[in-house]
Design a protein around this ligand. Structure first.
Ligand code: UDP
Ligand code: MG
Length: 334
């Protein structure tokens, strides 16, 4: 590895452009503090920053704030979605529109400390292509969220072919060629953590303490998180499809043994009528397993359906810069 790092280190431009990609959904309250933090807390020597905001269908003052900002500053680009497409789509759009030599993905709520951007760039200059923030503790999360997140990562990494690092969010720097690789992945279901891991490249963790949200509330409730986890697992593993044949085989063996046992008992002791309880238990179990396996197949078939429609990941209402509105045809150019 040492050799590759040397080569990459020398290939880094002396005065790079670093793009900050920031997905924004109903964050009018958080935006002024975020801009102040960008000014005062990000100091990257010998580099130019550009800001790409993706407004993900906000329904508060977010859009007018960002429109003004984009008009006033030539280092700010606003990509405005036609509606809410979710954070994963917003990050995808940000990567599509970023022009920097390296791109940093960052939340607007200041849970990702802006100071880390300089540390990321430092690692990038050393020759790493990906530098990602590693949460030292999940103290800012609730206990229940910590437990469920822990269980998810343990399970995901067991059954997926591409393990993802634990306690790592989307907050990271990506070299241009990583962005290029990500943009080549055509899938609609964009579980970014999995995609980051899948494309590979030399990566390094930068530890940090995750702060509590500066303003407002997280829009992730448990139902959304559950669906996010399901998306991740179903997109990166086919194990849930395959376990049913083995479970069925086990059940069949169990049933055969039980049948032998009943037959033997009939011959030895004679017929005894009761059996309702065991019957109903076996019946309900069998039916439940059938439904679960069918549902699991449904998860995959549903995603096949979505992928085969080949709809774009997001629709852009407009792209705004200091020069005004940039013409787009509304689709994603990804
Ligand atoms: N976000 C988005 N679209 C959404 C939900 C969230 O672009 O549908 C943005 C949000 O504005 C923030 C980031 O994604 O910049 C992270 O959101 P949040 O803080 O709610 O998530 P958490 O920190 O709890 O993971
Ligand atoms: Mg947050």
């Amino acid at each position: 590895m040492e050799g590759l790092h040397e080569v990459l280190r020398r290939a880094r431009p002396a005065e790079p452009v670093i793009s900050l990609v920031v997905p924004v959904f109903n964050e009018a309250q958080a935006l002024p503090a975020f801009m102040a933090a960008v000014e005062s807390r990000i100091h990257v020597p010998d580099a130019r920053l550009e800001l790409i905001f993706v407004n993900d269908g906000s329904r508060d003052g977010t859009l007018s704030f960002l429109l003004q900002l984009a008009a006033a500053r030539d280092d700010v680009t606003l990509v405005n979605f036609s509606r809410n497409f979710g954070k994963e789509a917003a990050m995808t759009a940000g990567l599509d529109h970023a022009r920097g030599d390296a791109v940093v993905l960052m939340d607007v709520d200041l849970q990702d400390p802006p100071e880390l951007v300089a540390a990321f760039v430092e690692k990038w200059r050393e020759g790493y292509d990906i530098a990602y923030g590693l949460r030292q503790s999940r103290a800012s999360d609730t206990r229940a969220k910590r437990v469920t997140a822990g269980a998810f990562y343990a399970w995901f990494n067991r059954i997926s072919d591409t393990p993802i690092p634990v306690n790592v969010g989307d907050f990271r720097l990506l070299d241009r060629r990583v962005v290029h690789a990500l943009r080549q992945l055509p899938e609609r279901g964009r579980f970014m953590k999995g995609l980051f891991a899948w494309v590979g490249f030399p990566s390094v963790a930068v530890p940090f303490e995750r702060a509590a949200r500066a303003h407002g509330q997280s829009t992730w409730n448990y139902w959304k998180l559950w669906n996010f986890a399901l998306e991740g697992i179903v997109s990166f593993s086919t194990a849930p499809l395959k376990i049913w044949s083995y479970l069925g085989l086990l059940l069949a063996i169990g049933a055969a043994l039980y049948a032998l046992f009943i037959l033997a008992r009939v011959f030895l002791v004679g017929i005894d009528v009761p059996g309702y309880a065991s019957l109903i238990v076996v019946m309900l179990m069998g039916t439940a397993l059938n439904l679960i396996s069918l549902g699991m197949i449904g998860e995959y078939v549903g995603r096949l359906f979505v992928e085969t429609k080949r709809r774009p990941v997001y629709i852009v209402e407009g792209v705004y810069t200091a020069g005004g509105r940039v013409d787009t045809d509304g689709g994603s150019e990804g």
